[in-house]
Design a protein. Structure first.
Length: 422
């Protein structure tokens, strides 16, 4: 149990850090202020500030986020009547605004807010020390910080460093960078798996036959090459896999090359149900190679193979309907982590790469609140030559977020029933 929990936290943490670091890095390069980089959700347990960004660790290890200036839905507002304390610098401008009741600033000036502008003109108006006879205005430094209600200290968000102030191509790249990092992680981890395993499957039509399988009983032998299925050429393992899986329970003609001879066999693939779909299997595996080049290239070949499989599954879901059983949430990941942890380090790495690839692809689906939805809105802005109204974009994002939360609840409950209430 402890091993599974620790593995789950590490795997989830790596996925989140890598994904969010993509957004973080390209936002910084685009001149967008990243106010907070958080690992975990919920109450803060640690915070550290450097180079205009506050790095936090939060108590729930199931997510994380990058807070970019101008994109926070629940930004800390200075409302009329709010008591704050201000620290001013040598130039007389406000450098720190404290809104937290749990944080005390030495030499802080107590002020009751009447009005403020922390985006454009950068000022605060209010009554100092409870003196309601004199209204005082304070200029706010461009790089001032605000201490939020929970004690987190972040930079204020002037207009010039907000997300919408960056160029359109920079915003597109910033939104795409998260999924891009997940693809890179998958490639790197699969290459590491290939190196650690010492051998990897070849993508050839040469096969290894599993003992007592349909293929063995039909007369197939290891090192045979299946060069065609139902007279359709199978040049590599991917072609062969597709051809066999598409014929569950159907008599199938296969042309075999054994040494220099060609042999024709009739084989009926066994029908096996996977993800609610019948698929054909005959009990063969790809041949293996110990080539160091192939083992490193496994990062690319396996990522590409799984990418095409995931897109094929998404296409099947679109054409044949979507079931909640097609999805898996944190509970499913936990269950898979438990199984992988028992099988060893390389199994955990394989799962990490697979999850990273899935996260990257799913995030590019053009649904509001996902990165793909944000990129779609960016392209719409490019076509219209002007952005959507913030209110309109906010409503679209809120609807998308609500639908995602509903899906997450359904998926989580379905996962609990599948894995723990059988």
């Amino acid at each position: 149990m402890i091993q599974t929990i620790i593995t789950f936290i590490i795997v989830f943490g790596i996925l989140v850090i890598v994904h969010e670091f993509g957004h973080f890095y390209f936002a910084k390069k685009s001149g967008i202020l990243v106010r907070e980089f958080s690992i975990g959700m919920g109450p803060k347990i640690y915070a550290y500030s450097k180079n205009a960004t506050t790095y936090t660790i939060r108590i729930l290890p199931v997510g994380g986020y990058v807070r970019m200036a101008g994109l926070e839905d629940a930004d800390e507002e200075l409302k009329p009547g709010m008591p704050v304390s201000l620290i001013t610098g040598d130039n007389g401008k406000v450098e720190t605004i404290n809104t937290s009741h749990d944080t005390t600033l030495l030499n802080g000036i107590p002020v009751e807010i009447t009005e403020s502008d922390l985006e454009k003109e950068l000022w605060i108006e209010g009554y100092e020390n409870g003196d309601e006879e004199t209204l005082k205005r304070y200029e706010v430094d461009h790089d001032a910080s605000i201490i939020e209600a929970d004690g987190t200290k972040v930079r204020i968000a002037p207009k010039d460093v907000q997300f919408q102030s960056a160029k359109l191509w920079q915003r597109i790249l910033t939104n795409f960078a998260g999924p891009m990092n997940n693809f890179i992680l998958a490639i790197v981890v699969f290459a590491l798996v290939g190196i650690l395993q010492g051998q990897v499957p070849t993508n050839s039509n040469q096969i290894t036959v599993i003992q007592d399988s349909v293929a063995a009983k039909a007369g197939l032998k290891s090192q045979d090459r299946i060069i065609s299925v139902n007279d359709k050429s199978t040049k590599d393992w991917s072609d062969l896999q597709d051809a066999v899986s598409s014929r569950p329970g159907k008599k199938t003609k296969m042309t075999i090359k054994r040494n220099s001879k060609k042999i024709t066999l009739q084989i009926t693939p066994k029908s096996v149900k996977q993800n609610g779909t019948k698929t054909g299997q005959i009990g063969i595996e790809s041949t293996m190679t110990k080539s160091i080049t192939a083992r490193i290239a496994y990062g690319f070949t396996e990522t590409w193979k799984l990418t095409t499989m995931i897109f094929a599954l998404l296409g099947h879901m679109i054409t044949h309907g979507v079931s909640v059983n097609d999805f898996g949430g944190p509970v499913a990941i936990y269950a898979q982590t438990s199984a992988a942890a028992k099988l060893g380090f390389t199994s955990v790495l394989t799962m990490l790469a697979y999850l990273s690839l899935n996260l990257g692809i799913v995030n590019l689906i053009p649904i509001p609140a996902l990165d793909g939805g944000k990129i779609l809105l960016n392209f719409i802005e490019g076509i219209r030559r002007k952005p959507l109204k913030p209110e309109t974009e906010g409503i679209i994002t809120l609807i998308g977020f609500g639908l995602l939360m509903l899906l997450m609840i359904l998926v989580t409950w379905n996962d609990i029933q599948r894995y723990f209430l059988k």
